[in-house]
Ligand binder design. Structure first.
Ligand SMILES: [Zn+2]
Length: 301
């Protein structure tokens, strides 16, 4: 456990979260379509080394490798029976890499379907599944929960309630926004920035914001940060951009932003009022190091 309280620390200074886990797992040999969470027990040294590289780059929040750890996602890999083991291991591996000097975030991704009435999942059933996942991660040593890449405010409300039930820990909730016309960002489910932030705050999230996104370039993330801060009111804001808008090259998404470009984006995110910055798809420890250098300078001034 990190001895410091994350929310108290956040009042004193902005913090650096980490970057992509999936991107780094694929670079380490994970085959597309394979379950990356299995590596928490089959190749834990690789997962741990990715966390360590982010820690060494200056990241103070390490995101456990549990994004697809809701049983609805594990079902596709026939791993439902191992849900507790894989989620717990995700937190344990990140915990080891943290040396108790970084916060470990339980990563909660979308359950992969639609809530009623669009889909068949009942909110009360999903709540139970998220509570299970959150409890396993908490027992594995996670300090806070990060609900991310969400598109439906109703799912965020369920997830925030579930995380509050799973533990007495800070709960962070972030959505993926679509670029649209470059001014009026919306989630894939059509939620505006105001709706998305409003629902997350009302549900009790301690930190709210955005991660990932569709067709978002770096200027979009700077504009989005301003809108998030405005919509979040007194609740601190986190933003974790992709390394620019991806270009499809030979069937693969290539994220174009260099570490220097991400480093140049960081002061714009901080100036907009974001309190936690980090990276999503296409980012590496080098990108985060560049962002961290800017953050430390901002702190010193
Ligand atoms: Zn992403």
């Amino acid at each position: 456990m990190n001895p410091k309280n994350l929310l108290t620390e956040l009042k004193n200074r902005p913090l650096l979260c980490d970057g992509a886990m999936g991107t780094q797992l694929f670079l380490s040999g994970l085959a597309p379509g394979d379950c990356g969470m299995l590596w928490n027990v089959m190749q834990p040294e690789i997962v741990e080394s990715i966390h360590r590289r982010y820690r060494e780059a200056g990241c103070e929040l390490l995101t456990a490798n549990s994004f697809s750890g809701c049983v609805t996602n594990l079902e596709r890999h026939d791993l439902v029976g191992r849900a507790d083991e894989l989620n717990r291991a995700a937190a344990e591996v990140a915990r080891r890499a943290s040396n108790d000097s970084a916060w470990v975030l339980a990563d909660i991704g979308p359950f992969g379907g639609f809530l009623e009435p669009l889909g068949e999942m009942k909110p009360e059933d999903l709540l139970k599944l998220f509570v299970q996942q959150g409890e396993s991660l908490k027992e594995g040593g996670a300090d806070a929960a990060l609900i991310e890449t969400m598109t439906d405010p109703a799912e965020v409300v369920v997830a925030v309630k579930a995380m509050k039930r799973a533990g007495d820990w800070p709960v962070i909730a972030t959505y993926a926004f679509d670029r649209g016309d470059g001014k009026n960002y919306r989630t894939m489910m059509g939620a505006t920035v105001e709706q998305a932030m409003g629902e997350a705050v009302a549900a009790g999230a301690d930190v709210v914001g955005a991660n990932c996104g569709t067709a978002m370039d770096l200027d979009d993330y700077a504009r989005l940060a301003e809108q998030l801060v405005k919509a979040a009111g007194n609740t601190p804001v986190i933003i974790q951009p992709n390394a620019g808008a991806p270009r499809n090259v030979g069937g693969r998404d290539i994220y174009p932003a260099t570490p220097a470009e991400m480093g140049a984006l960081a002061p714009r995110l901080l100036a907009a009022g974001a309190r936690i910055i980090g990276g999503c798809c296409g980012t590496s420890p080098d990108h985060l190091r560049a962002m961290g250098e800017v953050l430390r300078k901002a702190k010193a001034s």
